[in-house]
Design a protein around this ligand. Structure first.
Ligand code: FE2
Ligand code: FE2
Length: 281
């Protein structure tokens, strides 16, 4: 599904897990694409939209190195791929295998098959692209993964939050709860700094307006706070990881039970958290 998000940006929402990709027209023929995904015909449409707005300089920006975000544009020459530097430590074979697994389950073949991309450029804490004709700044926001980053439009149009602030997903924390908490805590200040009141999540509907953004922000902090309190309590009582998983099986998110198809991610959160807190007791 294609939507004009602003005068410079087109949003593509995939039929795969409502994955959101952006095509951005910059100044002087510069253009950028954020997380192009997912099905081959959808990627073709994104590639063609990017071709329409770009006259030479073109950047491919990835919010993080999970397979669904680094599918790329395939064999389209002339763009430079950018990601946060922690992505260089990724287990490329594991990311490729995960993509294959999802594709095989959907009887989907990609030509050429997915290969973890070669990156032309990386950044540490942040990367500002204004001097390159693109009103964008990327900010490292680890927690979901070590390499997660936000893409902020410096003219106040939108922020692509990677796999954060979704209306469909609770926080999925595979790297670190402490880092996730810190990154989530920084988001309102970063949005205010650039006058942004529209957040595009990696998956799901766009959060329009400060009220909806903060509703998701509060809901995500509430989940993290409650899970951390409970896992700490169990770890302090010298319970095992298995007991922590069992003890948080009926956990609520946004007042509702976690649906069966997302339970593995919730269990993953408990594993991440247990590894962080158990060593302290
Ligand atoms: Fe992800
Ligand atoms: Fe994702």
């Amino acid at each position: 599904m294609k939507t004009e998000l602003s005068t410079t940006t087109t949003l593509f929402t995939s039929h795969f897990m409502m994955q959101n990709s952006l095509v951005v027209r910059g100044r002087g023929g510069a253009a950028a694409c954020v997380d192009p995904a997912y099905f081959p015909d959808e990627i073709d449409a994104i590639r063609s939209a990017l071709k329409d707005v770009s006259q030479g300089y073109c950047l491919l920006l990835f919010t993080h190195g999970d397979f669904d975000h680094v599918l790329g544009l395939g064999p389209a020459p002339g763009f430079r791929a950018v990601i946060q530097e922690e992505a260089l430590k990724a287990d490329k074979g594991a990311v490729e295998a995960q993509c294959r697994e999802y594709d095989e389950a959907l009887y989907l073949s990609r030509e050429p098959p997915f290969c973890f991309p070669a990156f032309d450029r990386t950044f540490g804490a942040s990367l500002n692209l204004e001097k390159e004709g693109l009103p964008l700044t990327l900010v490292h926001a680890p927690g979901h993964t070590a390499d997660s980053a936000l893409v902020l439009n410096t003219e106040g149009e939108w922020c692509h939050a990677g796999d954060m602030l979704s209306d469909l997903e609770f926080p999925i924390v595979r790297h670190s709860f402490a880092a996730y908490r810190s990154s989530l805590g920084r988001i309102p200040g970063l949005l205010q700094e650039h006058g942004i009141i529209r957040v595009v999540p990696g998956h799901g509907r766009v959060a329009e307006g400060w009220g909806e953004i903060m509703r998701r922000w509060d809901r995500d902090f509430d989940y993290i706070d409650r899970l951390e309190t409970e896992v700490r309590r169990l770890a302090r009582a010298r319970e095992t990881l298995e007991a922590c998983i069992e003890g948080t099986r009926c956990f609520l998110f946004g007042g509702r039970p976690i649906p069966p198809f997302q339970r593995e991610f919730h269990e993953g959160n408990v594993r991440t958290l247990f590894a962080e807190v158990a060593r302290k007791y």
